[in-house]
Design a protein around this ligand. Sequence first.
Ligand SMILES: C[S@@+](CC[C@H](N)C(=O)[O-])C[C@H]1O[C@@H](n2cnc3c(N)ncnc32)[C@H](O)[C@@H]1O
Length: 308
Amino acid sequence: MGNFLSSITDSAQRKDDHEQEASRLWREKDDETHHIIQRCPSPSASPSPTNLDIFPKYSSNNEDRHRREEDRNGEQQVVKKRDDELKNEIRIKHYSSSHKILLVGEGDFSFSVCLAKAFGTATNMVATSLDTEETLEDKYSGSEQHIRQLRRFGCMVLHDVGVHDMLYDPVLMNMKFDRIVFNFPHAGHFPPFYETDEFLIQMHKKLLLGFFKSSSKMLNEDGEVHVSHRDDYPYNKWDIKKLANNGGLRLIEKVRFRKVDYPGYSNKRGGDIESDKEFYLGDRPYTFKFSSAANSKVNSSKLMGRRT
Ligand SMILES: C[S@@+](CC[C@H](N)C(=O)[O-])C[C@H]1O[C@@H](n2cnc3c(N)ncnc32)[C@H](O)[C@@H]1O
């Protein structure tokens, strides 16, 4: 029992540490892009001999208090920035300028640029591709320009990010997101196989399952994972809902995907063959929205608590 309780306390502590680290990373990203948060000189930094007398002599208690104050100030500035963001919120379809958004599996990054242009900023966005920067330039005519635009909007752009192990990416590992977006996931084209062949279907399913397993652990409390995907044959054979359930997510909504809602978005075929061509969306493309299955259990138990 003692072990059980201490393991619960340990895991709560780890969760706390993780959340603080995530909030610190976002604060640091803001620092880089906007210089919003001016950090006070750290009391623990050793003062140079010339300014010794202007630094108070900190006892360890003072140091702790000062550090707590510094943390509180940091948190207050984050909360204030959040309030300001909500006041000036700009929305495009399911996305808001106040969301922290992770985009994965980008092709020529035109979807990310579309969001950034709509918001007028992309300091809350991290846009990623599986391809390296060099491969992207070979594959997509627009990628170089789009990446330059994104960086000007303050977006963090990362390459070589695979959805199976993005959880362990040194930059992403301590970040949490309100929206994680994968548009038209596809494992690639492998002639002579057709999309109807079980071999390819299994490859696509493996890709999505890996994505769901990672992304379900990278969400903020009310965060959502969005996958835009064809829902006609043979793409409906992937059984996206079941894959998401197996990856720790549950379907909350499924809405029609309309490319016209995202000006400038040029959906790409990807893979290694004719990558820059359009990926045909068929007549049944949808955005599938998922939330964490763990959260839904907490929510339903809260509801049950209220009823009794
Ligand atoms: C059909 S393309 C769609 C590209 C882009 N999302 C769009 O909508 O234009 C499929 C994308 O999935 C990406 N992809 C395939 N396997 C991946 C993996 N393991 N991790 C991350 N992305 C992957 C490819 O690099 C490609 O960009």
